[in-house]
Design a protein around this ligand. Structure first.
Ligand code: NAD
Length: 463
């Protein structure tokens, strides 16, 4: 999309400014100030008697990761843990002390008045119910992504959060990364012109990458509360795979879209300020992991973003392949009219490649005399010059002492609890990322183009 002339002039001035003055990799400390919520210096110190007491519900991989990250923040202690598998409760005590309260019934945790906040790191199909119950008991919540499995659940979570006023943070932690803050700053400064396309790719070639998680030798209905686990999902006899490898089944998970694309949409919405796409189409298939799973192992998604005051219309292409022949691979790239930004986990690269203003010189078929004449006039009109002043490529990386986006995400959560600061990823933001991915799953399942209303946050007919 071409931009108005005044805007282009404004952007040129900005790009000649202080932020991009060196061609070699820069640490963030050498660049402009970070947004306030990431400012480590302003963080207040926390008195010992001022601890925030947390509990974790769902102590699998992410519950452990989240809790350990939360404990890196000053003034936070973990006092209780809940899980449906005995072995994970034993592990919780090994990790966080023998005095830790452990239970298979999360309601016992919610009844405790001395617990301020809960981490909800259960399987996707339990997110809504546990969040609603926890908010009813006045607990602040850090809810793992995808915030909910289905869009109507998201509306109930938003409503309950408004009624109760608890702090609610969704766990797509990449939005708290200083790399994404930098990408946002660069995009807003016009460094790549106006966004017209974004793409992401997550390819994996490993059993764990394809969600073939380990099943402990003692897995059985004696060690797992299977009936509770099923919850609202269809009743069925015990099957260890459906408990320990739940991502492979629509009943408990959300496929690659809910698991992985939610991160991509979260990052993109944070960087662009977008409220979401309005058209979604997906395809893919189950090609290799024929292990009983019913979700695809290749999933391609196209998301159309409409023009809004925040950004012009653009397209997003997403690709996940759990059987990638070339090994694993990760890409997240935002493309604009004057360059692109490739964003990694701890670095980004900005390339400035403006569209040429001049027509090309397809003059070989002209007579030599005519070629010379053409060139003379051409170079008079478009003098040979660098199309852009300054270096074309810049890389940024996080400082060596950066504690990471997960840490920053929890810092933001606890600051919201203590100081009333807004969270970076509230329930509305959460639904605006998982709702479109649900539409993407329906598109895959029903082989049709879906619509999404980013304002009302509803799955609608395709526009
Ligand atoms: N933010 C991220 O990058 C990230 C990464 C991985 C996982 N996640 C999310 O975290 C959540 C958990 O994923 P995981 O990989 O840790 O899964 P996991 O299988 O390792 O752990 C999930 C645990 O939830 C427990 N659980 C389920 N229902 C429960 C209930 N009603 N009460 C108590 N416990 C219950 C299970 O017993 C299980 O141990 C998922 O929603 C996933 O999408 C987020």
């Amino acid at each position: 999309m071409s931009q108005p002339k005044e805007r282009r002039e404004f952007l040129k001035k900005l790009s000649a400014g202080a932020a991009l003055t060196a061609a070699s990799p820069l640490a963030f400390s050498q660049t402009r100030e970070l947004p306030q919520y990431l400012d480590l210096v302003k963080r207040k110190s926390i008195a010992a008697n001022d601890n925030i007491r947390i509990a974790v519900i769902g102590t699998g991989g992410m519950g452990i990761g989240d809790t350990n990250t939360a404990l890196m923040v000053d003034g936070v202690e973990v006092v209780a843990a809940c899980d449906l598998y005995d072995g994970r409760l034993t592990r919780a005590k090994e990790l966080w002390g023998k005095d830790l309260m452990v239970t298979k019934d999360y309601r016992e945790i919610l009844e405790r008045n001395d617990i301020d906040a809960v981490i909800n790191a259960t399987t996707d199909h339990w997110h809504e119910k546990i969040c609603l119950d926890a908010m009813d008991k006045g607990k602040h919540i850090y809810c793992e992504k995808p915030m909910v499995q289905k869009t109507p659940e998201g509306h109930r979570v938003i409503k309950k959060q408004k009624e109760t006023g608890v702090v609610f943070q969704v766990g797509s932690h990449y939005v708290s990364s200083i790399i994404h803050a930098k990408a946002k700053e660069l995009l807003e400064a016009g460094e790549i012109g106006e966004i017209n396309f974004a793409e992401a790719q997550i390819d994996r070639q490993s059993a764990i990458g394809a969600w073939q998680y380990s099943i402990p030798p003692d897995a059985s209905p004696e060690t797992v509360d299977w009936d509770t686990y099923l919850g609202q999902a269809p009743k069925r006899p015990w099957e260890a795979k459906r408990f320990f490898r739940w991502r492979n089944y629509w009943d408990y998970g959300t496929g690659m879209a809910g698991d992985l694309y939610v991160h991509m949409l979260s990052m993109l919405h944070f960087v662009t300020g977008s409220k979401g796409p309005n058209r979604v189409m997906s395809t893919g298939g189950l090609r290799y992991w024929k292990d009983g799973r019913d979700v695809p192992d290749i999933h391609l998604g196209l998301y159309d973003y409409p023009e809004t005051p925040e950004h012009p219309a653009f397209n997003l292409a997403l690709r996940t392949n759990l059987i990638s022949g070339g090994g694993g691979g990760y890409l997240f790239r935002i493309v604009g009219s004057e360059g692109d930004i490739s964003i990694g986990f701890d670095s980004l690269t900005l390339r400035r490649t403006p569209m040429p203003e001049a027509p090309g010189m397809s003059i070989n078929s002209f007579s030599e005399e005519m070629q010379e004449k053409f060139k003379e006039e051409y170079f008079k009109k478009y003098p040979r010059r660098a199309q852009m002043e300054g270096p074309r490529e810049f890389s940024y990386k996080v400082p060596s002492d950066y504690k990471g986006d997960r840490y920053e995400h929890f810092v933001n959560f606890f600051e919201s609890i203590r100081e009333g600061k807004p969270v970076v990823e509230d329930a509305v933001f959460g639904l605006r990322t998982c709702g479109p991915t649900e539409a993407g799953n329906i598109s895959y399942q029903e082989r049709k183009i879906m619509g999404w209303d980013p304002e009302k946050m509803e799955i609608v007919d395709a526009v």
